[in-house]
Design a binder for this molecule. Structure first.
Ligand SMILES: Nc1nc2c(c(=O)[nH]1)N[C@H]1C(S)=C(S)[C@@H](COP(=O)(O)O)O[C@H]1N2
Ligand SMILES: [Mo]
Length: 314
């Protein structure tokens, strides 16, 4: 069995080890580790690009979902509405070089190369819960940096009240954009205080390595207390605005997908309950997990919404 040297152990693996509460979980993980070590290619595999990313106090101490489940079951309508097809089709996207246009209510508009953004914004590992509005969930060790730290450097003007994000539009490669399932390009947005919140990150990787294309490479948003559709992929544009952005899912079905989209088991989707969630990778016989308000991040974020009726602003 391949024994990894200390420096090659990604922080998410260390966290996993710390939280193994039961012998049963330990045996499961040990088996998976030795099985992967037996595969000839993986035994010699290079450590991932972000194998040594710093751990973060914002990570939660629970076991992560198997990487294989996270990379093979993706929502990426630019490629396909089918979760397996989008996984495969996204491999055709070229993600380097990549740049992000910054515009609107900022003192520093311009086109920024992703490498330059990363030089100014060191990444760390953030282990977060992720809850899709379709009532499935996972726990992912993202690699990323706080969005707020980047936004501060861009010096938003006093008129900037919201931040709007836009995904790449390229129907030659993003073949799902040839159909009108959503209005393209995909747009998302946050209120300024949500964007500045330390839990909100821009992710460039996961599981100690770069983001697979299907999971939103090379740069995506992660807002862990909101439904997954807010976490927009393949971002090419960040705009500071005075008014609330018109977002892709809200435009397509305003009665079903609000601008805020905070995870809330008490507010059902018009067509299904949001009270429970299927944990990705669990057996079909496993009981569903009870969904937590703000996806368990209430202590940190509930204050952002203290003046709002969350059944109205859903
Ligand atoms: N550009 C873009 N971003 C997107 C989507 C999409 O279709 N296009 N799907 C969203 C939805 S509904 C979810 S649940 C998450 C899924 O992220 P994952 O595929 O990495 O699990 O991405 C979100 N970001
Ligand atoms: Mo989703």
């Amino acid at each position: 069995m391949l024994i990894k040297s200390q420096t090659e152990i990604a922080s998410h693996e260390i966290t996993d080890r710390k939280v193994f509460e039961s012998r049963r979980q330990f045996i499961k993980a040990a088996t998976a580790l030795s099985a992967s070590a037996l595969l000839p290619n993986q035994a010699q595999a290079e450590p991932g690009k972000y194998a040594n990313a710093a751990a973060s106090p914002y990570s939660i101490a629970v076991g992560t979902t198997d990487r294989e489940d996270v990379i093979s079951y993706t929502n990426y309508y630019e490629f396909s509405t089918n979760k397996q097809d989008s996984t495969l089709l996204a491999k055709g996207l070229t993600t380097s070089p990549w740049s992000v246009e910054v515009l609107g209510e900022t003192e520093k508009p311009g086109v920024y190369h992703l490498e330059d953004i990363l030089k100014d914004n060191p990444v760390e590992e953030r282990i977060y819960r992720f809850r899709c509005v379709e009532a499935w969930s996972m726990v992912v060790p993202w690699i990323g940096f706080p969005l707020g730290e980047m936004l501060k450097k861009l010096k938003p003007t006093s008129k900037a009240k919201f931040v709007q994000f836009t995904t790449l539009y390229n129907p030659d490669i993003m073949v799902g954009q040839r159909s009108h399932v959503l209005e393209w390009p995909y747009v998302e947005g946050l209120r300024m205080d949500e964007a500045m919140h330390p839990l909100t990150i821009l992710a460039t990787g996961m599981y100690g390595d770069t983001l697979p294309n299907q999971n939103g490479a090379p740069l995506r948003l992660i807002v862990p207390w909101k439904y997954g559709f807010k976490s927009i992929k393949a971002i090419v544009k960040i705009e500071f605005t005075e008014t609330m952005p018109a977002t892709a899912w809200n435009k397509s079905a305003p009665g079903e997908y609000g601008f805020y989209a905070n995870v809330n088991p008490e507010v059902p989707h018009p067509r299904w309950s949001q009270g429970r969630e299927r944990v990705l990778g669990s057996s079909i016989f496993a009981p569903k997990r009870a969904t937590e308000k703000f996806n368990s991040y209430g202590e940190q974020v509930a204050g952002l919404y203290s003046a709002m009726d969350l059944t109205k602003f859903f």
